[in-house]
Ligand binder design. Structure first.
Ligand SMILES: *Cc1c(COP(=O)(O)O)cnc(C)c1O
Length: 466
């Protein structure tokens, strides 16, 4: 399988190449040259198989010769063997039409574990094969950081520098990152927002002088391998609810558009998806883009769902490219316009190409709190603020009554205990496997969100070289 950049002028790479590259050298994002297709019979044949087996089947066509089927099967078994629930991604019924897909049973209680546990293994595999080292640099609005750190802590060939916006992530999220004491892990708290951190990281990837010194890799969802691992649970869940004979809808609490884009990929491969609901909080750039074509960044408003507090959604470019005719030069021009003015208008093709599958709903803090309260009261389930935004959107979207609607439960409620307690009166306990988190020592430096300060710190501490 070959991969092309959304901006048309980076080298075409294979799966191993895109996994290690992260962002393309022209500033774009990698996508497969074409979408592999599964027939109805191939999809039906996956029903009832263990999660790690389905993972290998869904990922194999994208991986091509980069891994043998046997080796891929070993890696999926190892990655998903670390989850605390035997089903890996269990499904919970709420009422006649609504389900929760629980994505938070990984080592750091974040849905991001599902992808990053796999990515950590792929890095180790490909780097040892090439006898290379990789310096990972990432920015996190909360959950990516802890999941990425857990996925690579102590692994050979990789080191990780993780930026987070100081004071804007929960205490559980912070401690899950800063209490990891592996020597290949560096935590950096920056003054500023997640977008400031992400902008600095993006700039590092475009800095040729820096790339001559360090081999940089990405763990943000700009990494294709990470997105790919997320395609799997759309298949396992839809199969449980009657696919491929019966279409299923998904409501996805969305930030960087990685998770919901994985749903789009599943649909492109032949999985019958009735609707993908892009649920946003008041930071609603995606809702404005999908409902009236206005993709313009405003100020970030901090909310109780910090993983969705972003105004620039990197992976949206993948959708715009794929729906907009796959014209790399046009995409590069459109994104250059956005980068200079922080605003752009979707083309007619981009709007019509996304209109059938996607819909978007903006959820305000009240809707979020009510969803937590009602789910507790009527279903006996405690959900986190991000999941609540997805569930409120799931209840508001207009769909036929016989279409099952699955809300992706993206974080364990214990990670956002204060917000959950405010809404429901219940303070969810931390699972015992991370129960002593606050007793552990923290390790973190504070830096301004300034590009030069961050680069200097990375250069001073990085062990790997290009
Ligand atoms: C990362 C995250 C999201 C958003 O996912 P994207 O792939 O960035 O859209 C939603 N909820 C939680 C809890 C997250 O950690």
């Amino acid at each position: 399988m070959k991969y092309v950049s959304t901006r048309g002028s980076a080298p075409v790479l294979d799966f191993e190449g895109v996994t290690l590259a992260g962002l393309a050298s022209d500033g774009g994002l990698y996508l497969p040259e074409e979408w592999p297709q599964f027939s109805k019979a191939e999809i039906a044949a996956m029903r009832g198989l263990p999660y790690d087996e389905v993972a290998a089947r869904v990922m194999q066509p994208f991986i091509g010769d980069a891994l043998t089927p046997e080796r891929l099967r070993e890696l999926t078994a190892e990655a998903y063997g670390r989850f605390s629930h035997k089903a890996v991604v269990p499904l919970v019924q709420l009422d006649q039409q609504h389900w929760l897909m629980e994505l938070f049973h990984g080592p750091t209680l974040a849905f991001k574990d599902v992808a990053l546990q796999m990515l950590g293994l792929l890095f180790e595999e490909f780097l040892s094969r090439r006898d290379q080292k990789l310096t990972l640099v990432g920015a996190t609005s909360g959950d990516t950081g802890s999941a990425a750190i857990d996925a690579v802590a102590g692994r050979d060939g990789v080191e990780i520098f993780m930026l987070h916006p100081e004071g804007r992530i929960s205490d559980v999220q912070r401690c899950q990152m800063t209490t990891v004491c592996a020597p290949n892990v560096y935590n950096i708290a920056i003054s500023g927002s997640f977008d400031d951190g992400q902008a600095a990281v993006k700039r590092m990837f475009g800095d040729e002088a820096l790339k001559d010194t360090l081999r940089l890799g990405a763990v943000n969802s700009i990494n294709w391998a990470r997105l790919l691992a997320q395609v799997v649970y759309y298949f396992t869940t839809a199969l449980q609810l009657g696919a491929p004979e019966r279409p299923v809808a998904f409501s996805v609490p969305t930030g960087n558009f990685g998770d919901v884009f994985a749903g789009y990929v599943a649909a492109k491969m032949g999985l019958p998806i009735a609707k993908l609901v892009v649920a946003t909080n008041v930071n609603d750039i995606l809702h404005r883009a999908l409902s009236n074509g206005d993709y313009s960044a405003g100020e970030v408003t901090p909310t109780a769902a910090p993983s969705m507090d972003i105004q620039v959604s990197s992976n949206f470019e993948r959708l715009l490219f794929d729906c907009g005719g796959r014209d790399g030069a046009a995409m590069a021009a459109q994104m250059a316009g956005f980068e200079s003015s922080q605003a752009m208008t979707l083309t007619d093709l981009q709007r019509s190409g996304s209109a059938d599958l996607f819909t978007s709903i903006r959820v305000d803090p009240d809707g979020m709190a009510q969803a937590m309260r009602r789910t507790h009261q009527y279903c006996g389930e405690i959900i986190d603020p991000h999941t609540a935004i997805g569930l409120d959107a799931a209840h508001r979207v207009e769909l036929p009554a016989d279409v099952p609607v699955v809300t992706l439960a993206t974080a364990h409620p214990a990670k956002f205990r204060d917000a959950v307690e405010r809404a429901t009166g219940v303070r969810p306990p931390l699972p015992t496997r991370i129960g002593d988190l606050f007793a552990r020592e923290e390790r973190c430096v504070s830096l301004p969100g300034d590009y030069y300060a961050l680069t200097a710190y990375v250069l001073e501490h990085a062990q790997a070289s290009a």
